[in-house]
Ligand binder design. Structure first.
Ligand code: SF4
Ligand code: SF4
Length: 96
């Protein structure tokens, strides 16, 4: 499944290469530049606008307009009649 976003923006000049966005993104949107060690948008089409990267970037390098939240969690909750949950519990993703 792929997700399309039109609001995710990465300001590479502000990126320190700390790697937090690599840790928290539940869809591996970011990748590491080989030379600079800063990040790049490797799979922007996977972004579901959960906002975890923006919340965890201490340098303001990532901006995204958060949408409905974790789409996988919302769908799972609707199908199962439970609270939204995508299974990321225990990880520091903050996606739902
Ligand atoms: S969290 Fe921010 S500063 Fe750290 S690697 Fe990601 S974009 Fe760069
Ligand atoms: S908004 Fe969520 S899915 Fe999109 S890049 Fe950031 S952490 Fe990944």
């Amino acid at each position: 499944m792929s997700y399309q976003t039109h609001t995710l923006k990465l300001e590479i000049a502000e990126c320190t290469g700390c790697g937090q966005c690599l840790e928290v993104c539940p869809h591996a949107v970011f990748g590491r530049e080989a030379q600079s060690k800063r990040v790049k948008l490797l799979h922007a089409e996977r972004c579901m606008e959960c906002g975890a990267c923006m919340r965890n970037c201490a340098f303001g390098a990532v901006q995204v307009e958060t949408g409905v939240g974790c789409a996988a969690a919302l769908i799972s909750g609707a199908l199962n009649g439970t609270a939204p949950q995508c299974g990321c519990s225990g990880k520091k993703t903050g996606c739902c």
